[in-house]
Design a protein around this ligand. Structure first.
Ligand code: I3S
Length: 124
């Protein structure tokens, strides 16, 4: 088990505040509404929480928005927002999320790691 675990690429990211705008749900266009979300990355999901407290809350209803990364597509975009460092995640069910943060190093860390999670969960 230890050996396999070591061979797995490290793709998880701990919570951090990112600006998120869902622009499409199941292929249906949504009104863009940027919201700061407490964001986490697991091996195959992006999780959006309202805030850090909601992540650890045991209350029913304190749930995350879950984005399945298997079969998803990620790309930087300069056309869908005037903001800097925006990338888009499109799920295999046709939901589209814009993610953004002013720090380029933070944005590229999330971009690179989400891309790795998409690659490994899509192959799996
Ligand atoms: O793609 P859009 O419509 O120019 O996106 C802007 C709108 O979502 C705007 O909200 P209102 O439609 O309520 O005005 C937001 O305030 C802007 O931030 C959006 O543009 P940016 O370039 O920030 O993604």
């Amino acid at each position: 088990v230890a050996v396999t675990a070591m061979l797995e690429p490290y793709v998880e990211l701990k919570g951090e505040n990112l600006n998120v705008a869902k622009i499409s749900e199941s292929g249906k266009k949504q009104r863009k509404n940027w919201t700061s979300m407490w964001t986490m990355l697991t091996a195959d999901q992006l999780l959006f929480y309202k805030d850090k407290q909601q992540e650890t809350s045991q209350k029913p209803g304190a749930k995350a928005e879950v984005v399945q990364l298997c079969g998803a597509v990620i790309e930087w975009t300069t056309e869908k927002s005037s903001r800097k460092n925006v990338f888009q995640v499109t799920t295999n069910t046709g939901s589209e999320y814009l993610l953004q943060v002013d720090s380029y190093s933070t944005a590229s860390k999330w971009y690179d790691t989400v891309r790795k999670a998409i690659d490994s969960s899509t192959k799996a």
